[in-house]
Design a protein around this ligand. Sequence first.
Ligand code: KG4
Ligand code: ZN
Length: 336
Amino acid sequence: MEAKSATILAIESSCDDTSAAVIKDGKVLANIIASQKIHTEWGGIVPELASRAHHQHIIPVVDKALQTAGVTKRELSAIAYTGGPGLLGSLMVGSSFAKAMALSLNIPSIAVHHMKAHIMAHFIDEPKPNFPFLCLTVSGGHTQIVKVNDYLDMEVIGSTIDDAAGEAFDKCAKIFGLTYPGGPLVDKYAKEGNSSAFSFSKPKVDGLSFSFSGLKTSVLYFVQNQTQKDPEFVNKHLNDLCASLQKTIVDILMEKLLLAADEYDIKDIAIAGGVSANSLLRSELEALQDKGFKTFIPAFQYCLDNAGMIAMTAYFQYLANDFASLDFEPKARWAI
Ligand code: KG4
Ligand code: ZN
């Protein structure tokens, strides 16, 4: 793809983080993220509260991104936004804002696929994977193995038949009495725990499919059972419970990723999405380097939802003249 000079403002608002980034000629100059704390007290994301919080944050976040990048609105070549998948109300705040700004500046807009963008986070910093590579994309809403043939050419070769890996972390964390989102807390407590203390059943699903709903049920029954015998069970064993849960989820993910690498004979493998912030998953992936794999993990700030990854994808869409019309409707569901 021929490089062209472009300065793009990108907006991400698919879930509970409002983020804006600026990219100039393929280099991310600013990546500002405002997270929404409000959902913690509800034990999960409340869609209407998320939309309202995006509405409050979007102008200050965009202003800060432009300021940090040292770029004025007049210098922008295009405005990008997350077109989906995600919460519809949240997507509508970011997309309406982006379209209105593009219209007023008389520049094109670019609709970006959120899950593709998680993968494109690998092209923000060095080292960058070579094509084709495999990416395990694991977030609160998705668990997929994607074969990445080129910047904008990706195919899903495996996915979950029920819950996503992040959802499994969050739902089991809730059973342990932890606040939302539980994934980072499980990771934290697991550091002090013994991962072989408890054993949770692993799903038996064929091929490159994942399943996590059975694990959640098995954790629930186990905890209910133990708590009947000792009401303090979870408090006494929180670290071991978290370590055992984390090990089970990471084992399930790694097993399928290795199966895919073998099936497709690909040695460049990557992880992306919120769960790629997990310390055990990161270290298990890195350990594969000893087995002849080249492994890739985005910098921490580009693992969780962020507009930097939207900006990176938008840059390649810009080069490919892949612009959205102003009547593009955000999509709650959108296949890769
Ligand atoms: O990609 P992301 O920020 O948002 C979605 O697009 O869903 O992913 C959020 C998910 C949540 O389920 C969260 O618990 C999980 O990523 N997560 C983690 C960790 N950090 C975030 N899961 C396990 N360990 C972590 N350190
Ligand atoms: Zn995400």
